[in-house]
Design a protein around this ligand. Structure first.
Ligand SMILES: C[S@@+](CC[C@H](N)C(=O)[O-])C[C@H]1O[C@@H](n2cnc3c(N)ncnc32)[C@H](O)[C@@H]1O
Length: 216
């Protein structure tokens, strides 16, 4: 990755660190969230679960209804502190790490990520999924939720760019990555790199995906 991309990913980290306290006030004003939760419950993330980019632990709490234990990774100590205070759970291991440089120390039954895939630049898409494969038991399963929503004001480099601008409540602006994946295209792209994952749209701009490595 070139220096510009590293700068962008560093700025994205700074944005999420800065926004942690107000993160949940920026929830998207669309229906569809309940469908995502229902789909996750129906998937039943049982066993040992790895949650990537866990943020303040909103999904972690739901995963714990099914899982034996959760390892939750995020780059932001501020997000992890909120999650830890909220969950106060002996069944959660928190890891502070940059996912573009992190390697797992074991394998998991399920890998989950919420609203993270769209913040991965296209150049890192295949290597991210290779990391997911390295995190999974041979018969392990994946579940993710995300959205493709970007406002006109956020598109500082135009519709075709995945670099957008987001603001804190006080107006401080940061550049971040937001790839507007569409479910059918994403399903096809995953198939091409060896995954068998169905991606389902819900109401609004949300979607969820569930599946496994493709079997030979
Ligand atoms: C859109 S939030 C999603 C949080 C949570 N999963 C949810 O659905 O509410 C993206 C998360 O990715 C984290 N993040 C950003 N860059 C990261 C990186 N390089 N490595 C690990 N986590 C990162 C942020 O700190 C933030 O918690």
């Amino acid at each position: 990755m070139d220096a510009d991309h590293n700068d962008l990913l560093d700025e994205q980290i700074r944005y999420y660190r800065a926004i942690s306290a107000e993160y949940e006030t920026h929830a998207l004003p669309f229906p569809g969230g309940a469908e995502l939760s229902a789909a996750l419950d129906a998937f039943r993330p049982t066993g040992s679960v790895l949650e990537l980019a866990c943020g303040p632990g909103t999904w972690t709490r739901q995963i714990l209804r099914h899982a034996t234990d959760v390892t939750a990774v995020d780059v932001s100590p501020e997000m992890l502190a909120i999650a830890s205070a909220r969950l106060g759970e002996k069944r959660v291991r928190f890891i502070s790490a940059d996912l573009f440089h992190w390697q797992p120390d074991r394998r998991y039954d399920v890998v989950f990520f919420g609203f993270w895939l769209s913040h991965i630049p296209a150049e890192c898409f295949a290597s991210f999924w290779s990391l997911v494969a390295d995190c999974l038991e041979p018969d392990g399963r994946v579940f993710f939720v995300d959205d493709w929503y970007r406002t006109a004001e956020e598109l500082i480099e135009g519709e075709r760019s995945s670099t957008i601008q987001r603001q804190l409540a006080d107006g401080t602006a940061y550049r971040i990555v937001k790839v507007p994946h569409r479910p059918a295209d994403l399903e096809r792209a995953l198939k091409q790199i060896g995954w068998c994952i169905e991606v389902h749209p819900t109401a609004g701009p949300f979607f969820w995906g569930a599946g496994t490595r493709a079997h030979d």
